[in-house]
Design a protein around this ligand. Structure first.
Ligand code: ADP
Ligand code: MG
Length: 671
């Protein structure tokens, strides 16, 4: 199965190099990736509705004969109007900007077609705008999957491509099929995929089972990897004695450590002296001050003459850490290097030489640190910031850069995605946990409100007040393709420029060149730009203390943990900060109560637990297409039960290399 999954998309007729590239940019690189693009909904196309039984505002499938075709307006922008009749009545079909349809022979008068669309009432007549259509011969009654568009491809096209892939993988098996079928009565992986993409029934239980089967594949592979790593965890490591440098650094901090920081630093320095490998996960809420504890650990290592490396999930964050650490270590004559995907070749060579030659003790970087040619003279400590963004393999990749076989490398993960303890044990059972409770003194909770999408003017007034008081503003747009619903970074930049001509509004998103990203962020952190419009690139770690307002559009499309992370971008000084959650127009009651939790709860762990309770662990199809915490499908809140289940009863089997590689978490694509 997995060797088929790994095949390139170009084996599908109709996918060429250009489309392949576009899909790759959206994280879809092979057949298996495409198969994980699951339908967001299904339409029941078994029943064809007679025109005289239609209901206004509801989607319907109609079959009929074209009795007239007319056009209004000129050129390509012409509106084409078809009248369709069945035995019971007539309906008007409007196609705007569709002049080309006037010459389509399949739409001549007298031809039979089938359409699907939302039924509307207009001047006493039925009509549909831009229905999906096909000639009657091509219409297959059944259940139609509805896909979110992807890299500019519409739902219909995606459906065709996925059906093609399904026929290719139909006969293949996963090595887990037998185990899960016999003991757990779950469908095979192939059946599960077919049930999700081409269902024979819309039975919710069947669908949930198929989804569980798919997700089980991911959990089980993950847990296996983790157990294997755990076996390697308890090995001897360097005992790092010598507190001078970390003591000096601590004394140079502009503030005393909070009690929570003190306690955690005590645990970490205990580990570092113990002579056993440290393998610890530091959980602390957004803004709790984890970076500073990390700096102390790095100082301890460098003070003993060894090397330390800090891995960050995005370039923006890596750069920011490098800046902070450089300032801290400069008085001690210690250089801090920065290595990312966009580091120039010459500088990269110098850095690598410095690491080999041990002239460089401290380095910060993105995944660029994990490539094979980055070799350390004597790496003693690997730190992984925002570790929930990395998969188990990447988290270990740095720690596997062992300098010899005798001593293992200390590993410290940091995360602000607070997950309930039982879940943490299943997910990170291979690590010791440290909790950092409490915030640096003087912080006020971020005042949070949920507002409606159309209330722009009052929002703009509020924004003006923040600007007048010298504050800066984040404006977050959802990470969706522009063609999906018309909201893009550029459009919002234009809109806000109109309202705030003096604020030097800039945009920021993951597909920008790294240099441009950096320039924009710097302009926002301390330059003329007072409003930044961004995707969730800024979600993790970015620290701009002058930002006092964050506006989040379509807030319901994020998980609560993610919203909490985003909100953590403000409230980083003693000023009062605000978070405005803009709710979509058609938001469900559950979604609304989730947003309201944000208003009253400011503690990340409480939020995570409340979210878990609200969703009851049974919400099989989450709000997002992909999973979180570096998983492709798994959703920490929704799938806690499943993770726990497999943690306690892990089937005995060994995932092979292709299988492991496929479930490699998507975190590799940064930003
Ligand atoms: P985290 O990584 O945990 O989200 P950071 O390490 O980025 O948090 O710290 C958040 C902010 O708090 C930074 O602006 C930092 O300067 C500040 N800070 C950290 N520790 C303290 C402290 N003990 N007292 C006051 N401010 C602190
Ligand atoms: Mg941080």
């Amino acid at each position: 199965m997995y060797d088929l999954f790994a095949q390139p998309l170009t084996v599908i007729p109709g996918i060429g190099a250009a489309l392949e590239k576009r899909l790759a940019a959206r994280g879809v690189r092979c057949l298996g990736d495409l198969l994980l693009h699951l339908p967001k909904d299904y339409l029941d196309d078994r029943c064809i509705q007679p025109v005289d039984r239609l209901t206004e505002g509801v989607s319907a499938r109609i079959c009929g004969r074209i009795v007239s075709r007319q056009a209004r307006g000129y050129g390509r922008k012409r509106q084409v109007i078809l009248t369709l009749a069945d035995n019971s009545g007539q309906i008007t079909l409007n196609f705007f900007h569709s002049g080309y349809m006037m010459t389509d022979a399949r739409l001549c008068e007298g031809r039979e077609i089938s359409v699907r669309g939302i039924v509307e009432r207009w001047r006493g007549n039925w009509q549909m705008n831009h229905p999906d259509w096909c000639v009657i011969e091509a219409f297959q009654p059944g259940f139609q999957p509805v896909y979110a568009s992807l890299a500019g491809l519409g739902g219909k096209r995606i459906c065709t491509l996925i059906r093609h892939v399904l026929t290719r993988v139909a006969a293949a098996e996963s090595s887990l099929d037998h185990v899960l079928e016999d003991t757990w009565h779950l469908p095979s992986l192939g059946q599960a995929l077919k049930r999700l993409h081409m269902p024979d029934t819309l039975d919710a239980e069947e669908r949930a089972k198929a989804l569980v089967r798919l997700k089980s594949e991911e959990v089980i592979v993950y847990l296996h990897l983790m157990r294997e790593k755990k076996k390697q965890a308890d090995c001897p490591a360097l005992s790092l004695q010598g507190e001078q440098l970390s003591e000096q650094l601590l004394n140079s901090f502009p503030f005393p450590l909070t009690p929570a920081q003190q306690q955690v630093w005590g645990e970490i320095s205990g580990d570092l002296q113990s002579g056993r490998r440290m393998h610890r996960l530091l959980q602390g809420d957004v803004g709790a001050g984890k970076t500073w504890v990390a700096a102390l650990a790095m100082a301890r290592v460098a003070g003993c003459g060894y090397q330390a490396a800090l891995l960050a999930p995005t370039e923006v964050l890596a750069k920011q850490h490098a800046d902070t650490l450089r300032e801290l270590f400069a008085p001690f004559g210690l250089e801090v290097a920065l290595l990312t995907g966009s580091t120039k070749a010459k500088l990269r060579r110098e850095i690598i030489a410095g690491l080999r030659g041990n002239t460089l003790k401290l380095i910060v970087g993105t995944h660029a640190l994990l490539t094979d040619d980055v070799v350390f003279h004597h790496l003693a400590l690997a730190l992984v910031d925002e570790q929930h963004r990395f998969g188990v393999r990447q988290r270990w990749a740095l720690a596997d850069k062992q300098h010899d076989d005798r001593n293992a490398i200390h590993l410290l993960g940091m995360t602000a995605t607070p997950i309930p303890r039982t879940l943490a044990l299943s997910l990170y059972g291979d690590m010791d946990l440290s909790m950092m409770h409490g915030m640096p003194p003087g912080r006020k909770p971020v005042e949070t409100r949920v507002i409606a999408a159309h209330k722009m003017q009052p929002l703009a007034d509020g924004m003006q007040r923040i600007l007048d008081a010298g504050g800066r503003i984040y404006w977050i747009v959802p990470r969706i393709d522009e063609d999906e619903d018309g909201v893009s970074v550029d459009q919002r930049v234009d809109l806000l420029k109109g309202y705030f001509p003096a604020a030097n509004v800039l945009g920021l998103h993951g597909r920008m060149k790294s240099q441009d990203k950096q320039t924009a962020l710097e302009a926002f952190a301390s330059g003329p730009c007072r409003i930044i419009v961004s995707t969730t690139v800024v979600e993790v770690g970015v620290d701009v203390p002058e930002a006092h307002l964050i506006v989040i559009e379509q807030a319901e499309s994020y998980g609560l943990a993610q919203l909490h992370q985003l909100r953590g971008r403000v409230g980083r000084s003693s000023e009062q900060s605000y978070c405005m959650l803009i709710a979509g127009e058609q938001i469900s009651e559950t979604a609304m109560s989730r947003l309201k939790l944000m208003v009253h709860t400011h503690n990340g762990l409480e939020l995570a637990e409340a979210d878990l309770a609200l969703r009851g662990g049974g919400d099989a199809v989450g709000t997002r297409q992909h999973g979180d915490a570096g998983f492709r499908l798994l959703n920490l809140a929704g799938d806690a039960g499943l993770i726990r289940q497999w943690f306690e009863a892990l089937p005995d089997f060994a995932p092979d290399e292709t299988m492991q590689r496929f479930w490699r978490p998507f975190a590799e694509a940064t930003d």
